[in-house]
Design a protein around this ligand. Sequence first.
Ligand SMILES: *Cc1c(COP(=O)(O)O)cnc(C)c1O
Length: 822
Amino acid sequence: MLSHQYSITQIQQIIGASATITHDSMVNNLLTDSRKINNPFTSLFFALSGRRDGHEFIGDVYQAGVRNFVVFKLPVKVDLLRDANFLVVDDVLKALQKLAIHHREKFDIDVIGITGSNGKTIVKEWLYQLLCADKKIIRNPKSYNSQIGVPLSVWQMDDQHNLGIFEAGISTTGEMERLERMIKPTIGILTHMGSAHDEGFSGPEKKLEEKLKLFTHCSMVIYQYDALLKYKARVPGKTKFTWSRKFREVDLYVFNETIISNKYYLRGVFKGKEIECLVPFIDEASIENAIVCWATMLALGYDSQVADDRLERLVPVSMRMELKQGINNCSIIDDSYNSDFQSLEIALNFLNQQNQHQTRTLILSDIFQSGLEQAVLYQQVADLLSQKNIDKVIGVGKAISAQQQLFNIPLKYFYADTDSLLMALADLTLEDETILIKGSRSFEFERISRALVQKAHETIMEINLNALQNNLNFYKSKLGPDVKIMAMVKAFSYGSGSFEVANLLQFNGVDYLAVAYIDEGIALRNAGITLPIMVLNPEASAFDKLVEFTLQPEIYSFTLFDEFVKFAQLKNIFNYPIHIKIDSGMHRLGFEDFEIETLCDLLEQNQYVHIQSIFSHLAGSDAEMHDEFTLKQIMVFEKAYHQIEKVLNYKVMRHMANTSAITRWPVAQFDMVRLGIGLYGIDSAIKNEANQLQPVATLKTSVSQVKKIKAGETIGYNRNGSLLADGKIATVRIGYADGYLRAFGNGVGKMLIKGVLVPTVGNVSMDMCMLDVSAVEVKEGDEVVVFNEEYKIEEVAKQINTIPYEILTNVSQRVKRVYFYE
Ligand SMILES: *Cc1c(COP(=O)(O)O)cnc(C)c1O
């Protein structure tokens, strides 16, 4: 029996719920997201109320086969949900946490608890790498460190484990005590203290105090001595293990640091003896995290030689999946850094969210350190793949190959090792499918990824899908009840990609999408998008396509109206959904005030169209100087809306607000808002002091060549550029054909190399431009950032007196998009 298996009545007692129990049932999976159901019959769904109320999804979850629920209130139509068990509690989240606390108490093992502002996940993953040789470790998947993530992680603990490593993340006071009770660490680690999440606390002192609560019951706490000197708070724990790079009177004193051929050599004093270690990273954050791990190994009693050996073999931790364009029209989801059961599940959910191709393929290596017997482990994997509708599995490794009979998948192929697969790759004819690459580190699946991904020139735009999801949630939290969201994905989602973004939005419950032209809508339909899609500027010549792909036209003029109605008559189409655009002052498209009466006459009794919505667009919703005008637009729009509504005998949606109106003009939210640039992290109406919005796009390129230039020598076309003193220039792989406009030339634009902003010099060419790097240590191949989350698009746009919209949408299709998701 699995040790995280409980009967429903046991759980009822543990969480103190009143209950409607129709049948006894065993539970071994906890579920909080209705979209991520794997084993419905043994799952218990917690109806948490976050931005959406989990109770709304009970019907869906029941449909999927789940019969056990923890709720705050019984569903209204509970009679329809026959043979379901309901546990009713006052606070669903607390019930989840209570269950985790109970579960944790069953195990008397060492647990390392990690907190801090930065580095928690890296330290956790590295400690896993360092200690897994002699421990069976349970840890949070990815960075599941929140009030919900922690109980779900702790729940996975079972009899085989003899060490836990859990990270705890908090954003406000009161949270850590609850995390502490679930994690119950016996050893504490405090990583780097920075200013992240400061806004949730009354000050840094308070934040530290709160974090230290994780260590209340620890017998030992490991931390950097000097980082806490400026605070009053006392560190709990019987024993302290301190480290420092400045002070001698600590347990591990690091007194010497040098870079040796791209590795970092550290020398320290521990117990009066000189020790050393070499780590394979040279950036400051990695070094600090590595020292934390070094200190931890010593604190745990590892020999310094063993610690050194293992630290030298640390590998980078990548928590993010990359979605890229592959060869033969495939999409590649690259998650080739780790492979355990839980991260496989997370990756498969992401695969299921991306619907652009019919065929879903998984390339999977052996899974190590699961602690389960091979047959049991791969049976679980096989079941998971069936549930996730995998069409093709390609197994790599001796262990998975030995269990191939377990996989009940339409197409399956097995190879002993990565080389054999690489040799057979051409014969597999991977074509027009979504391929998830998931492998343990030692299988070097990056080689497979390289073989399958389209070669890009080295300028790429990275899109952070988590940030996009965060931004969507931010705006959801600003909406009145029942206000819907239409996401504007015109112009390749403002340059950020088409179906990749649309699939994410669809998965996250957006109500509508809007594109500019019919072609864009067709591309989305071909990629599996089923949401209603409005077309802002439909061409009459493509109405047949519009109807074939169930796209809904915006009708903005009598001409367009006539054309569409004629088309519908001809094709015998009735009640086709359309949207009426009102010109309330923008003077771009739409019916004007004086035209509304005629429009009403046409609409009355018209059986060919069905008005889905009436809408208008604001010309200056972001700026105070236009507020009076905006108000007038709202009034003009409302008048037109009511006039039209009166002649229709059905309810019609009304919408007007674009991004900045959502927060600046809540009265204009009406039935729906049209969210555009805000999704991509840009909104001039949001001060963004608390970083509620996150930049989504990073554009980067690389250095092709570095040249020494004498003062006065000319650089580039028309000999426009030169340096004032002798210096150096770097030629980088981006030009106006990529969207780096010529206006950025001659020092107007700047790029970021090694953290330093450097100006362009001379004219921008079609595919390249030159930067003055006299002041920076630069070599060929170095990365160059055009914009990212720190060096923002807004700033770049200002350099050439334009707006972020134009910078984003100018990035040409030649620049490959890579999507990240954690
Ligand atoms: C582009 C567009 C929007 C979105 O505007 P943002 O400022 O990007 O939010 C909304 N409505 C219409 C009609 C648009 O064309």
